[in-house]
Design a binder for this molecule. Structure first.
Ligand code: CO
Length: 225
């Protein structure tokens, strides 16, 4: 009896469940994937991309790393971006942060250790850039949550600056970049109001969203009820 038999059993039951609803589902899927969305999110186990937005296999292309960071020289993330945009032709890129992110919290407090501290340095750059915004908040949790939001704004900016995205816009390919924050405490995904569909949108949206973030309460949602 293998230690992971439970997982294999659960996998079998899951696949059987889908086949009972739709016998050809996996055969169809094996021939192609045509997702409309690219999800760039945190690796945190509490933020499972497909489950949160209730999408089936084949409907969401996913890249996850600690603290949902988009680094200009990260070939992993860049390769995902290129494949998603140039080959799959996704229409939407969702950068998804989450409140209470351990990576963001560690970055805020200089708690990273070893290798990961180098990765979290990118989030510390966001922290340092928006120091005056964070300093206005008296609660510790608010500072962490605001940095989670600001990190999304920054990473959305990085996606938009990327030449793969810029090229797609130049050739008129429909592609919109969005910023969301997920709340582990209530399961709700909040739209941060960032929706950038062309170069002209980029700078105005970025500045407006930062101004708005400074004014509004932390965790203020835009999710329509
Ligand atoms: Co996280």
């Amino acid at each position: 009896m293998g230690q992971l038999d439970k997982l294999l059993d659960r996998n079998k039951a899951w696949a059987d469940g889908i086949k009972s609803q739709d016998p050809d589902f996996f055969v169809r899927l094996s021939n192609q994937q045509a997702p409309e969305y690219l999800w760039i999110g945190c690796a945190d186990s509490r933020v499972p991309a497909n489950q949160i937005v209730d999408l089936m296999p084949g409907e969401l292309f996913v890249h996850r790393n600690v603290a949902n960071v988009v680094v200009h020289t990260d070939f992993n993330c860049l390769s995902v971006l290129q494949f998603a945009i140039d080959v799959l032709k996704v229409k939407h890129i969702l950068v998804v942060g989450h409140y209470g992110c351990g990576g963001v919290k560690a970055a805020l407090h200089n708690e990273g250790f070893g290798l990961i501290s180098n990765w979290l340095r990118h989030v510390q750059d966001v922290r340092d850039k928006y120091g005056p915004v964070l300093d206005q908040l008296t609660s510790e949790q608010d500072r962490v949550d605001r940095l989670c939001e600001l990190n999304v704004v920054e990473q959305v900016g990085h996606v938009c600056q990327n030449n793969i995205v810029q090229e797609a816009w130049r050739r008129g390919q429909p592609l919109t970049v969005h910023g969301f924050v997920y709340d582990v405490a209530d399961g709700i995904l909040r739209d941060m109001g960032l929706s950038i569909a062309c170069e002209a949108d980029r700078e105005s949206t970025r500045q407006n969203s930062i101004d708005e973030l400074v004014m509004r309460p932390v965790r203020a949602g835009r999710q329509k009820k």
